[in-house]
Structures are given as structure tokens and as C-alpha cells.
Ligand binder design. Structure first.
Ligand SMILES: [Zn+2]
Length: 247
């Protein structure tokens, strides 16, 4: 169910793996997004299972339609989640009980939390999101809600030794965000998107914990545990990053 799960004084956060859901085939088993051919009702049940495992209320689960942009959706009050979900690649809230979820397959999932202030956020950062610096936009939005000391967790994603890109793409991204420059294990141009977001978060004063420091969390290499767009293509399942301030 969870590749990583941590409970702080007021905040629960987690990154899912592919185990413990009801999907079959390429989406087996805990696929958290529809639109890739999986059955929407099954995806909905999988989301419920993941949110309940976090200790959250499935009816208060906020999703976003992710578009590789810089917009941050702020969840205010205890209103029901918007249908259809807002276009955003980050969500933040100070509302106890509101569960925030972003979905990824190879892109970088980030959870942000100021446990003391009770302000949290989630971010989906792919190549375009790193260039747009959506991570910093999310931190800024949290500070507007009263966050001070923000911690950041970077979850399972394509690693810097696998995420191959054309030479000109590596050059263009690394010109904007230098720590992203990387090389594959087979010696071709690559991007280290996690290093990019870590540098952006640290520049905003965020204390960063990258799961890759402790676990092997490459989505491309980890077929048994993770979904991967690069490995599975259009029918790839989606992993989730979840957070809430306990209600
Ligand atoms: Zn890898």
C-alpha cells in the first residue's frame, strides 16, 4: 500500500506503491487514476483504500487535473471537493481533515508539511513542472496560509540513471535548473528531476527528505513495486502522494 508512511504530531503523509488495490492487468493493483484504460469505479475504490489507510476521509479527498503547470490550488474551508477537479499541479491547505492527493508515474511526487502550523501540500513535478518551479509556488502558497518551517518529502520517481532525454532537452532544463543535469547508467543524456526539486525546495528554506536516500525508489527499475509511464506507456497505472492534517 505505502512505499513510505509517516505520522507526525498533527500530519499524516504517505507515498503509495502498486500493492493492495483492486485493479488488474497493467494497473495491478493500486492504480489511483483513471483515463489510462482502467475501470473508473475500481480506481475510486483504490483511492478510498489508500485514503482510509492514511486515516483520512475519502469524501474529503481533493484531487487535481494535473497539467504540468505552476498553478497551486488552495483548499479552503470544509467544502466538498470540486467536480471536476481543478487544473493544478500542486494543492495546499490548512484545513484539518482535507486530504490532498497528487498522482504520478515517473514524475516527482512531493509532500510538504509544517506540522506545528498544520499546513500541508502536495506537488506533481515533471520536467515542465521543475522548469516552471511549481515546488516553490507550493511553498509560497503554504506560507500564505501561515506555514513557517516547512519539511519536504520526495517520493518514488524515475531516477537520474534511467530518465533518458535528448541532449538538447537536458541542456535546456539544466540551464534553468542546473542540478538536473545527469547521465544514464548507459552513458546517454538524462535528467535528475528529484535533484532539481530538492534544490528548489532548499532554496525556499525547506528541509528535504528524499526517500531515495533510504530506499530504492526508481519507478522505471521497480517493476514489482511501482507504476512507470516510461516502462508501461499510456496504460501505466498511477502512484499517489497523500497528506492531511488530522481532523
Ligand atoms: Zn532508475
Amino acid at each position: 500500500m505505502f512505499a513510505f508512511h509517516e505520522s507526525l504530531a498533527r500530519v499524516d503523509l504517505a507515498f503509495t506503491d502498486r500493492h493492495g488495490g483492486e485493479s488488474t492487468g497493467p494497473w495491478s493493483a493500486l492504480n489511483l487514476a483513471a483515463g489510462n484504460g482502467d475501470d473508473p469505479d475500481t480506481v475510486e475504490r483504490n483511492l478510498h483504500l489508500a485514503v482510509q489507510a492514511l486515516g483520512g476521509d475519502p469524501r474529503r479527498t481533493h484531487l487535481a487535473r494535473q497539467v504540468h503547470g505552476r498553478d497551486v490550488h488552495v483548499v479552503n474551508g470544509d467544502a466538498a471537493p470540486a467536480v471536476p477537479p481543478p487544473e493544478a499541479d500542486a494543492m495546499v491547505t490548512a484545513e484539518p481533515g482535507a486530504v490532498l492527493v497528487v498522482r504520478v508515474a515517473d514524475c516527482v511526487p512531493i509532500v510538504l508539511a509544517d506540522d506545528r502550523a498544520g499546513v500541508v501540500g502536495v506537488v506533481h513535478a515533471g520536467r515542465l513542472g521543475v522548469v516552471a518551479d511549481v515546488a516553490t509556488a507550493a511553498v509560497d502558497a503554504m506560507r500564505s496560509l501561515g506555514a513557517g518551517d516547512v519539511r519536504g518529502w520526495i517520493g518514488p520517481r524515475a531516477c537520474e540513471r534511467c530518465y533518458e532525454v535528448p541532449e538538447d532537452m537536458r541542456a535546456a532544463v539544466a540551464q534553468e535548473v542546473p542540478p538536473t543535469w545527469s547521465t544514464t547508467s548507459w552513458d546517454t543524456p538524462a535528467l535528475d528531476l528529484a535533484a532539481g526539486v530538492a534544490s528548489q525546495l532548499e532554496a525556499s528554506g525547506v528541509l528535504v527528505h528524499d526517500l531515495a536516500d533510504d530506499l530504492h525508489v526508481c519507478t522505471i527499475e521497480g517493476e514489482d513495486d511501482y507504476f512507470s509511464y516510461r516502462r508501461q506507456g499510456e496504460r501505466s497505472g498511477r502512484l499517489g502522494a497523500l497528506v492531511h492534517v488530522r481532523g
